[in-house]
Design a protein around this ligand. Sequence first.
Ligand SMILES: C[S@@+](CC[C@H](N)C(=O)[O-])C[C@H]1O[C@@H](n2cnc3c(N)ncnc32)[C@H](O)[C@@H]1O
Length: 218
Amino acid sequence: MVDNQHWLDRWKENRIGFHASTVNPHLQKYLSGFSLPTGACVFLPLCGKALDIGWIAAQGYEVFGIELSQIAIEAFFEENELDYERSDSDRFGVYRSGNINLLQGDFFDLTSDDLGACNLVYDRAALIAMAERNRPRYCEHMLSIIPAVSNMLLITLEYDQAEMNGPPFAVSTEEVYQYYSEAFSINLLESNDIIDERPRWRSAGLTALSESVFRLDR
Ligand SMILES: C[S@@+](CC[C@H](N)C(=O)[O-])C[C@H]1O[C@@H](n2cnc3c(N)ncnc32)[C@H](O)[C@@H]1O
């Protein structure tokens, strides 16, 4: 079962194959298209220790991330050689370094007041980290905490779920529409066959894998 303990154990045991050693190329390609003003806030749900956090901050934006694992958050600051301050609220460990704000705790405990003004959600490996039965709840919660003006850059993976267990879980384009089409106008920016980039998954039986990038506008 993929519950909170699953993720905490993975960080403890360093089983973090999802962590990329480079900034996400789709983020680099598409972020400027949102024309965010300097100082705008970008929300990274389930942010891990992604290099994307530092890259977004370096573009002049305020970064707000939430992540369950203290190991992940502290590794982010240490590996990026950033000093940080930590304080605690009733629900979260609160880490701050310049324009980077990371909360350690459960996404489902986050409220719109905690999040405040957020102009863009960047969802890489967050929706697809949720098992099928949790995805409706994840998307409903997302819509309940982000401001009514907030857009989204969303990256998903699609494959035959019968060929491999998640996470990451397969999320179809239809499912993205199901969750988000009432709140957003949805544009599929690109969809690429990436099975060659995951030889380990291919050896484990996966025959096809595609990655899709969506732009969701209000
Ligand atoms: C697949 S990883 C992706 C991390 C990051 N987005 C990236 O691109 O590297 C999913 C992350 O979500 C975190 N996570 C899972 N469930 C969570 C929850 N309910 N609240 C906050 N973080 C959660 C895990 O600890 C893990 O770091």
